[in-house]
Design a protein around this ligand. Structure first.
Ligand code: SAM
Ligand code: F3S
Length: 446
């Protein structure tokens, strides 16, 4: 008796780590419900999904040009299903199917667990199925058991954002902050650790706003306490979290860097600007001095920590002096990596109504200056690692091949070195010998 080949899912993801996480969950949900296997070849797919991002205009524009390309595949085989998920879906809803009638499914970040039901609905009705509601935490209750893919894993612990920075669309597309119960998070982490995961990155748009309900008490668990519990799960060797809001970066989280050795030597703390005037217009609710005070205290707790941030340049009315304040903040905080963007007006956000008198040319000039400065600090950071011994979590065979393996330092730097693949999943000591453009090289110590 011949068995039918598995049906294929082709999935494109735009945007942040939260979206990457959501995409892996979409694949898990459809594998469990309908047996779909992922493919990298769109032509052989039975279902094509686009997980979108609307944080900046460019990402949003890409959605409709990609959907235009997919129209031919649908014409070629009308039974193919085409779906759009993520923040653009959440924002645009039925406008997507009006503009691209070959789209069968539209679902938001909070309804991806309903994909199997939406799929059945569109197949039965031959009409598009749209669900962009915010059913809060239901999503996590309907997920299949987590599946480890290697020694590192992401675990989403909260959804949404309630901060309403004036430039940002996320609170409108992902809804307000909702935290998963502590027990659910710990069970997922323990299941991953039992499958060989050694490093867990806790995820959330504002991960340090986590306030998870705890069984048997009315108290809520914050991120510092969660880290404490997580560190006690057998097999968990390293903990990271991203992305954080400076106002939720509490004393308890600073203390965790002093007290919890499993907490990785890395912090991503988006600042956006160094100008108090611009920070006020962005509604960030902190000043440059307050931000730098937190950095000073975290450096006191972990002197060799790697620091990363997010920047927006060219916010409406940003002057050269405002920009120089940002450059001064970079010099003082010494960020060795960063995500930096030119301001992109987002429809429906308060900042979109501000008069913007900064030319695109000027914004790009500032962005290049900022990025060059971060690259310079990054080079110095990597150079300072040469000659030191670093603890590396071995993740995989090196892409450079030739008997080499690769893993990351606690400060999140990739290191390639000679060694047996049997070390994958272990923490080993490596002497750093040289820097490379995006990584380091080292020698395994016995
Ligand atoms: N929770 C984080 C924080 O405290 O800022 C931010 C998460 S946000 C989804 C990711 C990044 O996208 C922001 O830090 C910001 O730098 C960038 N971003 C958001 N809206 C933007 C816009 N309208 N234009 C350019 N960049 C934007
Ligand atoms: Fe966006 Fe500000 Fe929240 S940047 S995700 S509204 S903290």
């Amino acid at each position: 008796m011949s068995t039918l080949p598995p049906k294929k899912l082709f999935l494109i993801t735009y945007g942040c780590q939260m979206n990457e996480y959501d995409s892996s969950k979409m694949a898990d949900v459809l594998k469990q419900s309908h047996g779909y296997e992922r493919t990298q070849v769109p032509e052989e797919a039975d279902i094509l999904l686009l997980n979108t991002c609307s944080v900046r205009e460019k990402a949003q524009e890409k959605v409709f040009s990609e959907l235009g390309r997919w129209r031919d595949w649908k014409t070629e085989r009308p039974g193919r299903i085409i779906g759009v998920g993520g923040c653009v879906a959440s924002q645009e809803g039925e406008t997507i199917t009006a503009r691209a009638p070959h789209v069968d499914l539209v679902f938001g970040p909070q309804t991806l667990h309903r994909l199997p039901a939406l799929l059945e609905e569109t197949r039965a009705s031959h009409k598009p199925a749209v669900d962009i509601s915010f059913p809060e935490i239901e999503k996590f209750d309907r997920m299949p058991e987590p599946r480890a893919e290697g020694v590192t894993a992401f675990v989403s612990i909260m959804e949404g954002c309630s901060k309403y920075c004036t430039f940002c669309v996320v609170p409108y597309t992902r809804g307000h902050e909702v935290s998963r119960p502590l027990d659910d998070v710990l069970v997922e982490c323990a299941q991953l650790a039992a499958q060989g995961v050694r490093e867990i990155t806790l995820l959330g748009q504002n991960v340090n706003a986590y306030r998870g309900p705890m069984t048997g008490t009315a108290d809520l668990c914050d991120l510092a306490l969660l880290i404490n519990y997580l560190a006690r799960i057998p097999g968990v060797e390293r903990i990271r979290y991203t992305t954080s809001h400076p106002n939720e970066f509490s004393d308890a989280l600073i203390d965790a860097f002093a007290d919890e050795p499993k907490l990785a030597n890395y912090l991503h703390l988006p600042v956006q600007s160094g100008s108090d005037r611009i920070l006020g217009m962005m509604k960030r609710n902190y000043t440059k001095a307050q931000y730098l005070d937190k950095i000073r205290r975290v450096r006191a707790a972990r002197p060799d920590i790697a620091l990363s941030s997010d920047f927006i340049v060219g916010f409406p009315s940003e002057t050269e002096d405002d920009f120089m304040e940002t450059m001064d903040l970079i010099a003082q905080a010494r960020f060795d990596s960063a995500y930096s963007f030119v301001y992109s007006p987002r429809p429906g956000t308060p900042a979109a109504n501000l008069r913007d008198n900064v030319t695109l040319e000027e914004k790009n000039r500032r962005l290049h200056i900022l990025q060059a400065r971060i690259r310079q600090i990054d080079d110095e950071f990597k150079q300072n690692l040469v000659g030191t011994t670093q603890q590396i979590l071995v993740e995989k065979p090196s892409v450079r091949g030739q008997g080499r393996i690769a893993g990351r330092t606690s400060t999140n730097r990739m290191v390639n070195f000679e060694g047996p693949e049997s070390l994958i999943g272990q923490l080993v000591n490596v002497h750093i010998t040289e820097t490379q453009p995006n990584s380091l090289r080292g020698r395994l110590l016995s």
